[in-house]
Design a protein around this ligand. Structure first.
Ligand code: CO
Length: 497
């Protein structure tokens, strides 16, 4: 195992962390920067990196002394890093959602958050207020000429890709109805059927769930146009945060969880706090044939899945009569109880994410699961050119402990063929977010490229952008941001056109 370290001065045991260091990242972003050239504090920015990295995540977590109940309820803020000729220009801007504008003016929370943030005044003040606050905080992508800030339960916000100015809610040229769900986990199909495209979905759930599977052109004069559209209704409640694609299938995992909306309606809990695990495996894979694939037009398949809760998938691919899906599994749905403070959470009381591989057999409609790595991890990806195909290498955020739950403090490269790992660690005082692997333009090997990661550097109470070599995770450059950014969610890279 190769080990690189940001700070090697600690004599503490591996896996030690100070919770106050971790929690220090949860602060408000107070300033918006425009055209700010970043200082390189270590190394050099590769000159052949040309394009823009976008990150999304909660930037406002407190108003007039009231904290959000869960960081996922924080208002979305986009950070962008424009790379050109070894220089990096930084910008950050809140998305001007309707709720953000109103709450900025009022200087207090006016809306309930899905993850349990309540308006002041207890249950009575919150009961029967079933409005969803579209906080646009989960992911950011480019589609056509628009930059889109995504939040899965409603339509995206369109932004200027350069200035990050908010244009407003987007229905994607009439594709979406007002308020229609649009996932925060679109997948870029690298060209399984000729041209690359973007595959995504929206889910409307209840007693039955309807998935709308959409494919958009990402190249040429019709870039941004809807090219395929399919709706499927399936029985039961579904919480679908992510999905996976292969050339022929869109793969959804219906977690074995139930939803009791009563505490939400009565103002006692946020909507997501009303989710609970169902015992005795009721999880199911829903496989929807893609319209360009060889099963086009056929009905979806439903296949029993193993227990556990999944937010994110790593990748999926097809092999003869099988679909193989790799995902991060939790023993139970991780949640923060109504009376808990998220900054005080006991990591040991929450299940860790474990990387598993599931073989779905299409000839006898069964599935079986094996563990690839039981070290706590999240936010895993393969080289984006292998999305939907068999990949050897994967990159993910991980704890430095071998077992149990702990904050994400390292980046791991895991060889999916032989289990070999390579680690870059920010411990003891650094905490990582989602790593983003960007292949080199003319790369010939799968692991040739870079990994971008935002690191909360508790030693300076600030955020660093770290650039690693993808193949051995050696450090290329560390850049200090002029503003702290709370632990974030997802982002994307777009090369210069
Ligand atoms: Co996600």
């Amino acid at each position: 195992m190769t080990q690189f370290a940001l700070n090697t001065s600690s004599k503490k045991a591996p896996g030690h962390f100070d919770r106050a260091d971790w929690a220090g990242a949860y602060c408000n972003v107070e300033h918006e920067f425009n055209d700010f050239p970043l200082e390189v504090s270590k190394g050099k920015v590769p000159k052949d990196l040309t394009g823009t990295l976008y990150r999304n995540g909660p930037g406002r977590l407190e108003r007039s002394g009231q904290w959000v109940h869960h960081p996922f309820d924080g208002d979305g803020m986009i950070a962008s890093f424009n790379f050109s000729n070894g220089k990096v220009i930084f910008r950050n801007r809140f998305i001007r959602t309707k709720a953000w504008e109103e709450e900025e003016k009022a200087n207090r929370f006016l809306y309930r958050g899905v993850f349990g943030t309540q308006r002041a005044g207890g249950a009575i003040a919150n009961a029967f207020d079933l409005r969803l606050k579209n906080i646009a905080n989960t992911n950011v992508i480019k589609l056509g000429n628009q930059l889109l800030a995504l939040w899965e339960a409603a339509e995206p916000h369109a932004l200027d890709p350069e200035t990050l100015e908010t244009f407003g809610l987007s229905n994607l040229n009439g594709v979406l109805d007002p308020g229609e769900a649009f996932s925060a986990h679109p997948k870029f199909d690298p060209g399984h059927h000729g041209n690359p495209c973007l595959v995504t979905f929206g889910v409307k759930t209840g007693v039955k769930s309807t998935i709308r599977l959409m494919e958009f052109a990402t190249d040429g004069p019709n870039s941004g146009d809807l090219i395929h559209d399919r709706k499927e209704s399936l029985p039961g409640f579904a919480f679908l945060h992510d999905f996976a694609i292969t050339p022929n299938w869109a793969i959804f995992l219906q977690n074995a969880i139930s939803f009791n909306p009563l505490p939400f309606i009565l103002g006692q809990k946020g909507a997501a706090q009303c989710l609970s695990s169902q015992k005795q495996g009721k999880a199911k894979f829903w496989l929807i044939p893609r319209q360009q694939g060889i099963f086009s037009g056929q009905s979806p398949k439903t296949i029993e899945a193993s227990d556990g809760f999944v937010f994110h998938h790593l990748n999926a691919w097809e092999k003869e009569e099988e679909i193989i899906v790799e995902s991060i599994y939790y023993k139970d749905f991780p949640s923060i109880k109504p009376n808990e403070n998220f900054k005080d959470i006991d990591f040991d009381s929450i299940p860790e994410g474990v990387l598993k591989r599931c073989h779905i057999n299409l000839s006898n409609n069964t599935s079986s699961t094996t563990t690839l790595s039981d070290q706590c991890c999240e936010f895993a990806m393969v080289n984006p050119r292998l999305q939907g195909l068999s990949a050897r290498h994967s990159w993910m955020a991980t704890s430095t402990r071998e077992k149990g739950n702990a904050p994400l403090q390292a980046i791991k490269k895991l060889d999916l063929f032989n289990g070999k790992t390579c680690i870059w660690s920010a411990a003891p005082r650094g905490f990582v977010s989602e790593p983003l692997m960007v292949p080199k333009t003319n790369s010939t090997s799968e692991d040739e490229g870079w990994v971008f990661v935002l690191v909360w550097n508790a030693a300076r109470s600030g955020t660093d952008l770290v650039i690693l070599q993808a193949n051995d995770l050696s450090e290329e450059a560390v850049l200090e941001l002029p503003t702290p950014i709370p632990h974030g969610l997802h982002g994307s890279w777009f090369p210069q056109q």
